[in-house]
Design a protein. Structure first.
Length: 818
């Protein structure tokens, strides 16, 4: 008889037997008496008994451990009768015993089979000891993980509780620091301020010495307070940067000016050189930039015994929206040992422990500077060789102010003028050379009196006599007084304007040098706008403004007097001591002022009179500074100028306070006790901004002369989208062309000048910038005619027209989408 596979019963049995013999799992047949009736090779491998040893033996005696046999016997009796049991038809995990006595875990699949009326059991068995061990380990790991998670959750709860407690403690600490800062700064404002005022009065040497100790001690204490507050804010993650519009050049010149006296006291030369391509009108945090630079320059001045300290500023990278600026502070000091450089930026450390004993300090300055620079998107570092000075550098990223030119306009033309700068410092000569050349002048240099005279004679020989001679008061070889007399007494040179540079003017010096024949007497470090004003008075027609006559003798004082003379500042302050201090400081700097006691009185005053600026205390009775400012900024408040510059004056120094002032509508912030120079420089900066804003509004219509927007759009068939794209491309192209022009003019490469000017002329013409086109054309013609004398002036005019053209385009309707 054959089955469905076409096999006979014998053949089927043979196949089934082969299956059991080749199976990897043990197959065991138990008869109705509980004896082993079948035992395949896999069972031999698993249990260790061969077939002859196993068959016929009681299964539970051979394979079950002692502790399980009784249970097996109990269940087997029921199985004999019914073929049923707890294990039948299931897969279970049971203990098993090997021949060598080792116990294992078996996975048993048991089924019942009736043979000739008796129940037999068929079991398929595999060893799962390893798997069970792994499962136990996994279970243990799970339990351990759960325990760890439980501990972690407990720790998190505790951490949250501790964080909450820390937050409360930090808040309390911040409030304490704010309060103690306020309480310290308010009386210190009176101490330091009145000390500065007293220092300007007639004093005996002994009295002046005592006051100088008071001033320096107060300033040192204030520096320590500021460092501790800043470090506390940084550690707490509370430090934030502002994003304000500011003039980089004015800010940098003010910083160098602030350090000038300290450098002068040590006989050091302080120099500030800003590359012309560095954009001036930026957005960022000028206060924190000032803090970093004052720290670096202050350190250089502190540790440099002789020589100079210079600040050089360069443009590192630039896009249409941002500028990455490189600042370098270099000195001729003792340098820093190589093994000490790495720890310079670590909190509470100094390169030499004796420094703290000799010069004081908290060791926090450079650490704070590093954090601030990082927050400004830059990096900071130092290069130094012991005994050869140090160079500290850092970079900072600023956004550009919208719709303004990236190039400082050359508003003064010195085309055709020849200027000789005589100074022993190459850095000082470089500053004047860069500035004067940008205005079209031809500049000669001399290091000492002998070279001055040689340069003057050479100028005559080449038919290029010098119109102006700038002499340093400490020029080597001959005193400036004697050299000036010789120049003025020599008919060949007597018409030249003499300008004296001095680091520290002594009483009576001005009268002396005026008598010698000097036209100007300027103090170092000389600012760019002072150089411009000085040469404007020497060479440009002087426009009499509000009855102020041109000065017969130009000094630093006369250059600023006219600017300050007609300004009036409103001081809003309720503290009588602070009123006296602030007003006295302003009077010292020739700034007129009036005082009111609170915000309500300020509103009344601003409704009656035109003021130029407001110094606003924040905490006052009746109406505080915040509320008063918000009312002033309301165009319907009745004040004469709702956009008047307002500077907050407060004893609070925390960022939240500064932010609160800015949000209320104030323009700037100065903390008490005020540094007189810092306050006056800030006031001058805002007065200059207000003046520039007014001038810009008046001249806005004139910008159309530099960019014919109607002609430009007509060329593009009024496609404004393409127009804006072309203007943006022009901004990038003009920068490259002006850089090329700078290079070829410096090299006196006439063919190069002609080629670049020609390309610039075509570029301007295509953009309907006709005044720039004409200026570039004149420069091209001069280069072709080899008119070397006329090129500097024409180049200055091209720079000016390029600047005005960019400004006109940036304000055009096609660019601003108006």
């Amino acid at each position: 008889m054959k089955n469905l596979l076409g096999l006979t019963d014998a053949e089927s049995k043979n196949i089934l037997f082969k299956i059991t013999q080749s199976a990897r799992d043990a197959i065991v047949l138990m008869d109705s008496e509980g004896c082993i009736a079948f035992w395949n090779p896999a069972a031999e491998t698993l249990f260790g008994w061969n077939e002859s040893e196993a068959v016929g033996c009681k299964l539970h005696e051979l394979l079950a451990p002692d502790h399980y046999r009784e249970r097996f016997v109990d269940t087997f009796s029921a199985f004999q009768k019914t073929g049923q049991g707890n294990a039948v038809g299931k897969t279970l995990e049971l203990p098993g015993l090997r021949k060598d006595g080792r116990e294992m875990v078996m996975e048993l699949s048991l089924s019942a089979m009736e043979i000739e009326g008796a129940w037999h059991g068929v079991g398929i068995v595999r060893d799962v000891t390893l798997r069970k061990g792994m499962e136990r380990e996994l279970q243990m790991a799970k339990e351990q993980l759960e325990q760890a998670n439980a501990r972690l959750e407990d720790a998190l709860v505790k951490a949250q509780e501790m964080a909450l407690q820390a937050e409360v403690a930090n808040r309390a600490k911040s409030e304490f620091l704010a309060n103690i800062s306020h309480e310290i700064r308010t009386p210190m404002n009176g101490v330091i301020g009145m000390t500065e005022v007293l220092m300007e009065t007639e004093l005996q040497p002994e009295q002046r010495g005592y006051l100088d100790i008071v001033r320096k001690s107060g300033t040192s204490l204030l520096t320590i307070i500021n460092d501790i507050l800043d470090f506390s804010k940084i550690e707490a993650g509370k430090m934030s940067l502002e994003n304000l519009s500011f003039d980089l050049r004015i800010t940098l010149e003010d910083i160098v000016d602030m350090m000038a006296l300290e450098g002068l006291e040590k006989g050091l030369e302080l120099v500030c050189l800003i590359d012309p391509e560095v954009p001036s009108l930026l957005r960022g945090d000028p206060g924190r930039l000032r803090q970093v630079l004052l720290n670096l320059i202050g350190n250089s001045v502190k540790f440099t015994a002789q020589g100079e300290v210079s600040l050089q500023v360069k443009l590192e990278t630039e896009t249409a929206e941002f500028a990455q600026v490189l600042f370098e502070v270099t000195d001729t000091g003792p340098g820093i040992p190589g093994d000490k450089i790495a720890q310079l930026f670590t909190p509470f450390t100094q390169a030499d422990g004796s420094i703290a004993r000799k010069h004081g300090g908290t060791g926090l300055g450079l650490s704070i500077a590093k954090r601030l620079v990082n927050m400004m998107g830059g990096d900071i570092g130092v290069e130094s060789l012991e005994g050869r000075g140090a160079r500290f550098w850092f970079t900072a990223r600023f956004s550009k102010q919208e719709h303004v030119s990236d190039v400082t306009p050359a508003t003064l033309s010195l085309a055709g003028r020849h200027v000789l700068i005589a100074d022993g410092s190459s850095s000082v000569r470089q500053v004047f050379r860069v500035v004067l050349c940008s205005w079209g002048a031809t500049v000669g240099e001399a290091r000492d009196a002998k070279e001055v005279w040689a340069a003057l004679e050479k100028g005559l020989e080449e038919n290029k006599p010098y119109d102006s001679v700038i002499l340093d008061v400490y020029l080597q070889g001959e005193s400036a007084e004697h050299l000036g007399r010789r120049i003025k007494q020599d008919e060949r040179f007597s018409k030249a304007h003499l300008i004296l540079l001095t680091s520290l003017g002594k009483r009576g010096d001005g009268e002396l040098y005026h008598e010698v024949g000097f036209a100007a007497y300027l103090q170092k470090p000389v600012k760019m706008h002072q150089i411009m004003q000085c040469f404007s008075l020497l060479f440009a027609p002087y426009v009499v403004d509000k009855g102020v006559e041109p000065p017969a003798f130009i000094t630093r004082h006369t250059l600023t007097e006219a600017e300050r003379h007609h300004h009036c500042i409103l001081i809003v302050e309720d503290n009588p001591v602070n009123q006296i201090v602030t007003r006295t400081i302003l009077e010292k700097y020739a700034l007129q002022s009036e005082v009111v006691n609170n915000g309500l009185s300020a509103l009344e005053a601003l409704r009656k009179k035109d003021y130029d600026l407001v110094l606003m205390d924040c905490q006052m009775p009746e109406m505080d500074g915040y509320d008063a400012t918000q009312v002033i900024r309301n165009p319907n408040s009745g004040v004469r100028n709702s956009r008047i510059p307002i500077i907050a004056m407060t004893a609070h120094a925390f960022p939240d306070e500064r932010q609160k002032c800015i949000e209320s509508g104030m323009d700037d912030f100065i903390s008490k006790p005020v540094n007189p120079k810092v306050m006056v420089e800030m006031i001058q900066g805002w007065l200059a901004r207000a003046k520039s804003a007014n001038a810009e509004e008046k001249n806005a219509e004139n910008l159309t002369a530099y960019f014919d927007e109607a002609d430009f759009l007509n060329r593009l068939m009024d496609d404004r989208e393409i127009g804006k794209t072309l203007i943006e491309a022009f901004f990038g192209e003009i920068t490259g062309r002006m850089t090329e022009l700078d290079q070829v003019i410096f090299q006196e490469n006439l063919p190069g000048i002609q080629n670049v000017a020609h390309a610039l002329k075509g570029l301007a013409g295509n953009m309907s910038a006709f005044t720039l086109r004409d200026a570039a054309g004149q420069l091209e013609d001069a280069a072709e005619a080899q008119n070397r004398e006329g090129i500097p002036g024409l180049f200055a005019e091209v720079r000016k027209q390029a600047t005005l053209t960019q400004r006109a385009m940036s304000k055009s309707a096609v660019y601003t989408n108006n």
